[in-house]
Write a protein that binds this ligand. Structure first.
Ligand code: GDP
Length: 296
């Protein structure tokens, strides 16, 4: 179910409840059950949906709501708040400071859109007056360095990598050091992604993080991975200190639930979404406008 569809199903469920004369336990349950179904079909993980339902029921205790209270408003507000809460872990992600060297490391499975997103993130900040630089520490995938180099050249962003060196830790450290000397304030390290959550990928990621001491680790996730989102995000979080999430390919047949699950699993906010293959198809992610838009 695409995101817009999820929104309209939720809105419809609320509307349906609004059509009944008296909002009783049954009307509320019907509404919540419909919302639950819509969320599950959008790949939000089951425990998360269950928790949301319990929370809404706690807030909207029909018997305790004094007569005269606007139950509909309260229920609508509770649903809005719960969706916002699901997307907001309560602490903002690190944001780079101008003229202070910041290191940001990107992690994620191969094909998630990591390399593309590194450049988008660098380009976004460059337009805001930062001095970004890109380091290719992906020595696993043939062609990774060329791809980064091409993107970086197009965006006129300095880059570092090697065709011959096979140790990603060495490249990462050298690149970070070089760009610190060059007074870059946003040094972005692209790491390798493998097809599966292999132990070797995680070990390599852990070593790069240990050596470069990033101020922020960004987990890049493809929005179309479905119910696997929660476990995948959690596996990354358990290995490196993920501090933010970027969801890619939101322009395709994206399921909204992946974003909700990734936030829950990493306890980190979504900071941007990717909406296309081009450099500027990249949007800042803001919870409240996002949920408002979702609910129409
Ligand atoms: P990596 O293996 O994680 O580094 O993934 P890449 O950056 O190479 O991206 C894999 C594919 O996804 C490429 O064809 C990208 O152009 C494409 N891609 C990345 N982000 C987006 C996005 O937001 N929308 C769309 N439609 N495609 C994207």
């Amino acid at each position: 179910m695409v995101l817009a569809e999820l929104g309209s199903r939720i809105t419809q469920a609320i509307q349906q409840m609004n059509n009944v004369t008296i909002i009783d336990e049954k009307a509320l349950n019907d509404c919540l059950n419909e919302i639950t179904r819509a969320l599950l079909q959008s790949d939000v993980s089951f425990p998360l949906v269950k928790e949301m339902q319990t929370n809404i029921k706690k807030i909207v205790n029909l018997r305790d709501l004094a007569a005269g209270h606007n139950k509909r408003r309260i229920i609508e507000q509770a649903i809005f708040n719960e969706l916002c809460k699901m997307l907001d872990p309560g602490k903002p992600a690190f944001s780079p400071k101008k003229a202070k060297p910041g290191v940001v490391m990107f992690v994620g499975l191969q094909g998630a859109g990591k390399t593309t997103t590194c450049t988008k993130y660098a380009y976004y900040h460059q337009k805001k007056g930062y001095k970004p630089a890109l380091v290719c520490a992906d020595t696993f995938r043939a062609g990774a360095f060329d791809q980064l180099k091409q993107n970086a050249t197009k965006a006129k962003i300095p880059f570092y990598g090697s065709y011959t060196e096979s140790d990603p830790v060495k490249i990462a450290v050298e690149g970070v050091e070089r760009f610190k000397k060059e007074k870059c304030d946003l040094i972005i390290v692209d790491t390798s992604g493998r097809h599966k959550q292999e132990a070797s990928l995680f070990e390599e990621m852990r070593q790069v993080a240990e050596a470069t001491k990033p101020d922020l680790v960004i987990f890049v996730m493809d929005s179309s991975i479905g119910q696997a989102a929660f476990d995948q995000a959690q596996a990354f979080k358990q290995t490196v200190a993920v501090g933010a999430v970027i969801i890619t390919k939101m322009d395709g047949h994206a399921k909204g639930g992946g974003a909700l699950s990734a936030v829950a699993a990493t306890k980190s906010p979504v900071i941007f979404i990717g909406t296309g293959e081009h450099m500027d198809e990249f949007e800042v992610f803001d919870v409240k406008p996002f949920v408002s838009r979702l609910l129409g």
